[in-house]
Design a protein around this ligand. Structure first.
Ligand code: FAD
Length: 555
């Protein structure tokens, strides 16, 4: 059997036998693709047959069956997806090899000159001249998908940036890539967990938040390819850009705590870090009358560093009102060495720890959960510096998972040593790729990972991305602002607002809101004002109180 090479990593062949597959493995192929539907002719091995032979020979296998003469663009996309994921070199076959060659040309048409692809196939003995118009159409469509600005992630940061860009320039092409159907206002989940908001108040369809004039590509990015100014999608497509804005958020590593993922949602185990579980938190808290309640906080970084303790204070407030708090042992296991990272807010928080009778355990980390037995395993530092493991029974556990950079980010060339994207902390421009920016939770900056930070960062990135698009230098800078409204009771908030280095950056005069003290006005802000500011302001490019600060030009 002769295999015809169409590129250094892709060859085609007529129907393979078992011996041909073994031969392919010996020649160094790493994957087989069958483009034949099963049962086309008598005696034809099935896809399952070839798949098991491939497996025996250590080869990957994909079945992308197409009908001769009826290849559709969906077929080409399916082939593209297979080619994107299979180890190379790849050997594809059909009855004669023509369908495999056709799919190869169509699947990868963005990377090929149509005439050259037809010529290559001709030299290998396949006449693809009839698909020339289709190849040209696909190549043209791909050329059009080089966006001026491409945003990865349509969460708080990505959508705000898209809206801020549109406010400044309506002529450029912008696309947001995000596979999600739903956009969440995650800061609302703390209040869902305390019965103040309904879950529905914290969600809208993703389609409804994409700004007018911005294209939504509903797909997941699997790779950043900044050398080629493109990103790779899970469905095999690539999307090109002039400037990239990366905002795919942070990954909740539920599986990093053995037993936690399985335990969530029953046996008193919950977390406000999931939309579907925040209502369960409220149900548990409302019905809880006596026993031990554990609240845990993992090591930094996490999004909204105050959220683990916010859940605890609001629960205690509910129990206090129900006059059952005295029957409940509340423990706060915080992996950190301090109650809150910025000292100015600690006294106010400590007063609530005291008031609710909370047993505060610092440097104590949740490492395993047995939901059935209702036992949490915790690791804590002892006074002599060693680490001891303890098992603690519970009746209610509010757990917050460790958080890491999304996997495709951490293994990309954009990542710094932490796995997050390595950007300049002021301009949010990538330190190695000048036409790349990152903001929101994925940015490897030291600010508090909050929607409040994204609100401030988005206009800065919009200004800077547009400057780079015009060949200029970044013009705006970000001071590290982030905010954490610590809900210490229903009706009062300690409003932590700070920037890089823990510098206090209050938005309001002290007579209106003194962030270091519990404040009713701050609660009003969180409950009544911030949701509309989010949906109708931030996501619409209205930069209320977050107008970007411009870098002073050297004299
Ligand atoms: P996200 O809003 O999480 O959006 C990331 C987006 O990227 C998602 O839409 C996702 O679908 C998409 N994405 C992921 N992977 C891919 C991929 N491979 N390809 C394409 N797209 C992808 N902040 C505050 O300011 N105040 C608060 O009080 C507050 N409280 C909080 C309470 C809780 C319980 C939680 C969970 C968070 C809280 N936050 C708070 C934090 C805030 O929600 C986040 O910091 C903010 O949402 C970060 O925005 P982001 O756009 O970076 O990430």
């Amino acid at each position: 059997m002769s295999f015809k090479a169409l590129s250094p990593t892709f060859s085609v062949a007529p129907q393979l036998t078992e011996a041909d597959v073994a031969e392919a493995a010996k020649m160094g192929f790493r994957s087989i693709v069958s483009n034949r539907p099963d049962g086309e002719e008598m005696g034809q091995p099935t896809a399952a047959d070839i798949s098991s032979v491939a497996k025996r020979n250590g080869l990957a296998f994909a079945h992308v069956p197409v009908v001769a003469g009826k290849i559709t663009s969906d077929d080409a996309n399916a082939m593209r997806e297979a080619l994107a994921h299979l180890p190379r070199p790849i050997l594809a076959f059909c009855r004669s090899g023509t369908r495999s060659a056709t799919l190869w040309a169509l699947a990868d048409s963005d990377a090929k000159d149509p005439a050259a692809a037809v010529e290559t196939a001709k030299r290998a003995g396949y006449d693809l001249s009839s698909i020339m118009p289709a190849l040209e159409r696909r190549a043209k469509a791909t050329r059009q998908t080089t966006y001026d600005i491409l945003i990865v992630g349509g969460g708080s940061a990505g959508i705000s940036t898209a809206a801020s860009l549109r406010k400044r320039n309506r002529k450029i092409s912008i696309a947001v890539i995000d596979p999600a159907e739903t956009h969440y206002y995650q800061p609302g989940w703390t209040l869902v967990g305390a019965g103040v908001f309904s879950p529905e108040q914290t969600r809208h369809s993703e389609a409804s938040v994409i700004p007018n004039g911005v294209e939504w590509i509903q797909a997941a990015v699997t790779d950043f390819l900044p050398e080629q100014n493109q990103v790779q999608l899970a469905d095999g497509r690539v999307v090109k850009y002039h400037v990239l804005v990366a905002a795919p958020g942070i990954k909740l590593a539920w599986d990093a705590i053995p037993g936690l993922a399985e335990a969530l949602g029953s046996n008193g185990v919950t977390s406000n870090y999931r939309y579907d579980l925040a209502p369960y938190t409220y149900r548990l808290v409302r019905e809880f009358r006596r026993g031990r309640a554990l609240f845990t906080q993992p090591p930094m970084p996490i999004k909204c560093a105050g959220a683990p303790q916010k859940a605890m204070y609001l629960s205690c407030d509910i129990w206090s009102d129900a006059r059952v708090l005295q029957n409940i042992d509340v423990e706060f296991h915080n992996a950190g060495a301090v109650l809150f990272g910025v000292p100015a807010y600690v006294p106010a928080l400590e007063s609530y720890i005291k008031r609710y009778g909370i047993d505060l355990r610092l440097e104590s980390k949740l490492v395993a959960v047995d939901g059935q037995k209702k036992i949490a395993t915790l690791e804590r530092k002892t006074t002599n510096g060693s680490v001891e493991r303890i098992e603690q029974s519970f009746d209610l556990l509010h757990a917050v998972p460790p958080q890491v950079a999304p996997e495709f980010v951490a293994r990309s060339v954009l990542a710094g040593p932490s796995g997050f994207i390595e950007v300049d902390p002021a301009t949010l421009q990538h330190v190695r790729y000048q036409n790349v920016f990152a903001l929101g939770d994925v940015a490897g900056t030291s600010n508090a990972k909050t929607a409040a930070a994204a609100r401030k960062q988005a206009p800065v990135v919009a200004v800077n991305a547009l400057a780079v698009l015009e060949g200029k230098r970044p013009a705006a800078d970000y001071n590290g602002y982030g905010s954490c409204p610590l809900t210490v009771e229903r009706g009062k908030i300690v409003l932590a607002e700070f920037g890089y280095g823990g510098k206090l950056l209050p938005s309001f005069p002290t007579w209106l809101i003194d962030g270091t003290r519990p404040s009713r006005t701050a609660w009003f802000l969180k409950e009544r004002l911030l949701p509309p500011i989010y949906w109708r302001g931030m996501l619409k490019g209205r930069e209320w109180m977050v107008h970007p600060h411009l870098i002073e030009k050297p004299a």
